[in-house]
Every structure is written in structure tokens, then in C-alpha cells.
Design a protein around this ligand. Structure first.
Ligand code: PLP
Length: 473
């Protein structure tokens, strides 16, 4: 969404440096310039303006890749013009997408990886929409076959879900049932999930790697509780695993953790290729355990080299370069390479969280031993500064460390979060620690916090909710 600029105000024009004296010295900022300019001038104007963007490597907020190997970048350049939907024109790009789906189906233990269904998307948000739509459509089919009404579908999830699930519920008219946080439970628990299910529940979303604190939700226990619900009441509720981050961590580091298609109740899984899949934005993946989990009437069939190519997507045109880069990463790193990268991220995260805990004023909510993301708060009794003060102080050194409050029932809890990505080394972690120590020595001289949540802490996906969102049933 863009800001409206009502009238053209000449004082807001861009002033082009006179070194480009062949060019007009002013160009309008919010209107299409009347004429052309030299490519070098246009490049410099845009380039200069972008210098003010933050330094991505110091962004501790984002889960999305901020680094890629030169070879991956080269391939992306070579594929810049490729449109993912043009299966006719770019059949090999389509083939690489299919191979990635197979590899993920294998990694996530689909019973028969060749028959798992899946596709690439623009990210986990689109993948979540597709996963949610499949749950809704399956539920509608079942209800219609039973001669029952289909007008009140609901989706059960923890109040810690990422905003994409709120969007899904809103855009596709499904009642969202956000199970509130309770005490020190910051994500969905099996007993609470079951409590909120009924015959109109299209599914339960279990998050592998909560956006708020990086913790894994207990997917196997949630499935077991739903098995029990079915045995007791006949209500059969499938599970979608939002593995935006965790579905590319757990398969490499937590081999015994059962969270994927090994659990028969898990119908579908999404991940962001552009998070711990290690691709630049934006690519995501959505997979269904088998054909039954993805109703055929949601799939559009396009003509592909005279054959039939099924597609399930919200977009039509979409860049193919990220899919190619995903395939490159899969080839380049293999299982062992991904394992080493993710283990290093986890090592950096757990060491850094340990050091932060030892500084004194902070208490860890999580330590980065699920996905390499951890959250920490200011200890009770620390009255000189807030997490929002810490976030602002780190910003002075270029670090973007989001500070935010937890959702309903725990809005009293304000935290800072650190996302450790592949390009955040032990060395950078030490530099962050030094800056944090320096900031603390100043903040500890304050007599009271200067900033609260209203000062505009940022959350990056863990935003305060839409006020329209019903918090309870
Ligand atoms: C758990 C979870 N789900 C979904 C998303 C949305 O992912 P994307 O940015 O790929 O659309 C995020 C993003 O942080 C997330 O953490």
C-alpha cells in the first residue's frame, strides 16, 4: 500500500547532483518524470537513495535470507526473466520445481514421496493460504457428503501464529480460534488445542518455530490429543504444520522429533525457502501428504507442452529465479551441508543467548535450541530501562533488534528477539555483545525507562494484532 501524495510539491522533488549537468537538476519524487534521463544518472539517483536502507546483515529481526553464495546469485541473474507460470517456455525450471517438491517430500517423510503433492509459492504466507484452503475445501466436501451445513468453518491455532493465519481466516472467511497464551505457555498445547475443536473445525495449525520466541509446538502430542478426540467423539481434525522456519531445521538437527508426515494426522506442511532454506526472498513451499489431502477441485490444469500441468497458486506470474536457487542450494549443500549450516546457527544462537543471560539484567524466554531464534526479557525488578530502550540503543550501532509485547493474556510480557541466520557468525555475535554491554552501561544510569511499547517497537511478523480480531470464542 502506498502513501497518497495529493498535490505535487516542488520542494519535495529530488535534486540531482550537478555533476550530471546534462540532466535536469530536479526530478519529481511522486510523479512520473516528463522525459528520459541517462541510465547512469537514474542508477545513481536510485542507488544513492537506497543507501539509507538498513544493513541487512545487522538485521536481527528478519528470518529471511540476507546472504547467498555468488554462484546462487549468478544463477538468479541468469534466470531473472523466467516466469514460473510459463511451463511451456521454461520446462526445465518447472522440472527443477518438481524435483525440489520431491526432495522436500522425502525430507519430511511422506509415505510415498512420488505421490506427495506440492508446489512452490512466494513464501510461507501464500503457502499457508493454500494449506488453509485445502483444509477448508476438504471439510466442506465431507460435510456436504454427510448432509450437514458448511457455513461456519473454524480454524484452531495458538495466539502466537504469524499474521498470515489471521489473513487467511479473514480473507477466506473462516472463524479464527486463537487459543490464548496462559502463564508461561507461550504456544499451543495439546489439551488447549482439543478444547477449542468441534465438528466445524477444518484443522489445527501447529507451528514449528514460533515467530514470537522460536519454540517448537509439540506437533506429535497435538496429533495424539486429536486422535483421542476422534476416538471419543468421532470428530476428525487434520493438522497443518507451519514449518516456515522449523521445517528446514528439524529434519537436519532433530532427527528423532516426530512432527512431519510420519504422523498420519499431518495433512500438509509449509516452509519458507527464503528462511532456513537459505534462498534470497521470495520462495516458499506447500506440500500435502497425498492426493486425498489436496482436493482436486482446487487444482487448475494448464496446458503444458500439449500435456497437462496441474497448478495451485494465488499468483499467476511469479519469478522462477528463487526456485532455481533453491534447487542449487539442495544440490550444493546436500543433507550434510544443510546440517552443518543449521547446527552452526544453533550453536551461535545458544552461545549468544547464554552470554546475554549472564549479563545480569536479562532473563531468557527461549535459548535458540529449537529454531536458532531466541527471545529475552528484562528481569522483574529492573526499573531503569525497558526492552524498547535496549532496542533503540542497539539501533544506534546499526543493529535492528525487535522489541514487542506478547499477545492476549501475556501483553504484560515485553521481549527482544534475535534471529540467527547463516551470515551471523560467532564473530558478529561477539560484536553485538560488546555493543549490548556498552548500551547497558549507559542505560543503567537512567532512573526510569524512556520508551514503552507505544514508542514503536517493531516485531517483524509478530505484530500486535488487528484490533478486529476476536480474542476468544
Ligand atoms: C511461523 C511463520 N509462519 C509464516 C510466516 C510468513 O512467512 P513468509 O514471510 O515466508 O510469508 C513466518 C514469517 O516469519 C513465520 O515465522
Amino acid at each position: 500500500m502506498t502513501v497518497k501524495h495529493e498535490a505535487h510539491d516542488r520542494s519535495r522533488d529530488l535534486q540531482v547532483n550537478p555533476v550530471f549537468s546534462r540532466e535536469p537538476l530536479r526530478v519529481p519524487r511522486y510523479q512520473l518524470p516528463a522525459g528520459e534521463m541517462e541510465p547512469a544518472t537514474a542508477y545513481q539517483v536510485v542507488h544513492d537513495e537506497l543507501m539509507l536502507d538498513g544493513n541487512a546483515r545487522q538485521n536481527l529481526a528478519t528470518f529471511v535470507s540476507t546472504w547467498a553464495e555468488p554462484e546462487a546469485r549468478r544463477l538468479m541473474d541468469e534466470c531473472a526473466e523466467k516466469n514460473m507460470i510459463d511451463k511451456d517456455e521454461y520446462p526445465q525450471t518447472a522440472e527443477l520445481e518438481a524435483r525440489c517438491v520431491h526432495m522436500l517430500a522425502h525430507l519430511w517423510h511422506a509415505e510415498d514421496p512420488r505421490h506427495a503433492m506440492g508446489c512452490s509459492t512466494t513464501g510461507s504466507s501464500e503457502a499457508a493460504m493454500l494449506g488453509g484452503l485445502a483444509l477448508k475445501r476438504r471439510w466442506q466436501h465431507r460435510r456436504r457428503a454427510e448432509g450437514r451445513p458448511t457455513d461456519r468453518p473454524n480454524l484452531v491455532m495458538g495466539s502466537n501464529v504469524q499474521i498470515c493465519w489471521e489473513k487467511f481466516a479473514d480473507y477466506f472467511e473462516v472463524e479464527p480460534r486463537y487459543v490464548p497464551m496462559e502463564g508461561d505457555h507461550f504456544h499451543l498445547t495439546p489439551d488447549r488445542a482439543v478444547e477449542w475443536c468441534d465438528e466445524n473445525t477444518i484443522g489445527v495449525v501447529a507451528v514449528l518455530g514460533s515467530t514470537f520466541d522460536g519454540s517448537y509446538e509439540p506437533v506429535a502430542d497435538i496429533c495424539a490429543a486429536l486422535d483421542d478426540l476422534q476416538a471419543r467423539t468421532g470428530v476428525d481434525v487434520p493438522v497443518h504444520v507451519d514449518g516456515a522456519s522449523g521445517a528446514m531445521i528439524a529434519p537436519f538437527l532433530d532427527l528423532d522429533l516426530r512432527w512431519d508426515f510420519r504422523l498420519p494426522r499431518v495433512a500438509s506442511i509449509n516452509t519458507s525457502g527464503h528462511k532456513y532454506g537459505l534462498v534470497m526472498p521470495g520462495v516458499g513451499w506447500a506440500l500435502w501428504r497425498d492426493r486425498e489431502a489436496l482436493p482436486d477441485d482446487l487444482v487448475f490444469h494448464v496446458n503444458y507442452l500439449g500435456g497437462d500441468m496441474p497448478t495451485f497458486a494465488l499468483n499467476f506470474s511469479r519469478p522462477g529465479a528463487q526456485v532455481v536457487a533453491q534447487y542449487y542450494n539442495f544440490l550444493r549443500l546436500g543433507f550434510d551441508g544443510y546440517r552443518r549450516v543449521q547446527q552452526t546457527c544453533r550453536d551461535v544462537a545458544t552461545r549468544l543467548s547464554g552470554e546475554i543471560a549472564r549479563l545480569g539484567p536479562f532473563e531468557l524466554i527461549t535459548d535458540g535450541s529449537d529454531i536458532p531464534v531466541f527471545a529475552f526479557r528484562v528481569r522483574d525488578g529492573e526499573r531503569r530501562f525497558s526492552v524498547f530502550d535496549v532496542s533503540a540503543a542497539l539501533r544506534e550501532r546499526g543493529w535492528q533488534a525487535p522489541a514487542y509485547t506478547f499477545p492476549e493474556n501475556r501483553t504484560d510480557l515485553a521481549v527482544l528477539r534475535v534471529v540467527v541466520r547463516v551470515d551471523f557468525s560467532h564473530d558478529l555475535a561477539d560484536l553485538l555483545l560488546e555493543d549490548l554491554r556498552r548500551a547497558l552501561s549507559r542505560l543503567e544510569t537512567q532512573d526510569a525507562p524512556r520508551r514503552g511499547a507505544e514508542a514503536g517497537g517493531f516485531a517483524h511478523g509478530a505484530e500486535t494484532r488487528n484490533p478486529r480480531r476476536p480474542g476468544r470464542r
